[in-house]
Design a protein. Sequence first.
Length: 396
Amino acid sequence: MQTKIAVAGTGYVGLSIAALLGQKYPVCAIDIIKEKVDLINSGVSPIRDEYIEKFLAEKRTSIHATLDPKEAYTGADFIVVAAPTNYDPQKNYFDTSAVENVIETARTYNKDAFIVIKSTIPVGYTRSVREKFGDDKILFSPEFLRESKALYDNLYPSRIIVGTDMENPALVDAANRFADMMDSCTAEQNSKKLLMNFTEAEAVKLFANTYLALRVSFFNELDSYAEAKGLDTKQIIEGVCLDPRIGNFYNNPSFGYGGYCLPKDTKQLLANYDNVPNNIIGAIVDANRTRKDFIADRIIEKKPKIVGVYRITMKTNSDNFRASSVQGVMKRIKAKGIEVVVYEPSLKDDLFFNSRVIRDIDEFKKMSDVIIANRFSPDIEDVLDKVYTRDLYFRD
């Protein structure tokens, strides 16, 4: 009998997993937004991701989307939870309420399925939620995906990790089955698979993302030093990164780390360090604020009347604005009474956090005294005298 899978949530994580597993298994994806469900069922991706868009359009994956929890969960062998867990600054912790709502609803219709949490969660959460619900069929499997490349990263994973109860043979078997299912749908089917305890798997995710944030922060601070001292950032980074122990990657200066994962994961890991001595983890969180202060100060020094923000998405070919680093820079500039306008074709509204959205690129370039761009584009190459970016490729 073929394994059936339900996936709760159709963001980058959920939809990429549904598309991956849907190559070989019947997948029912559930969401609470009708427009997203309708798009998926018509073969259109509701998010920007080249591989997901192709898979859905070419019907290379057997996903059915629904708003109905009974339809989604009844008869499923595995229920994958990809609900959002945003960082709550008031509680200083992830908001895991959406995950728990999915678990409660799923168990209303299916008592037997193994539940695999894919959402990013605090260290120790899986054990606590298993105890809270008295449910010994809950697993955790961290994801390591990039925005706009989520399905690609699932097709070519660096590793597949599943957190389980290593003392429970049935749960170890379920974890192996899930890892094998994921691997069977990858492009090469020889992924490095790791089974470990729940809490260690949760820690892997948070420490991995915090290390990436550390690396971004390091090269941003290198760039801050170089700019403040009138040095050539690119020459320094090239010389540093030729050391194979350091490597030539994740080293292009930016306005700070942002997006779905790094800001919230670093703060959550720092919260998990409560009563544990640390210097580096706290400094990584602080470094992002310092970098935005530095960038904003450089712009303010130019005494512009209008600052134009060229794109607020985190990455090229992404539609994600969440926690993009340029937003922090915008707030600092606006606090000084300087008008900020935004050029962002993906925005439908006329205002973005009370800043005017300009849709005509020529009008945008003409009205802006300074144009800030986290990542450079040929669209603004004709007004280089106005452009402020720390993108190394701008200087090629």
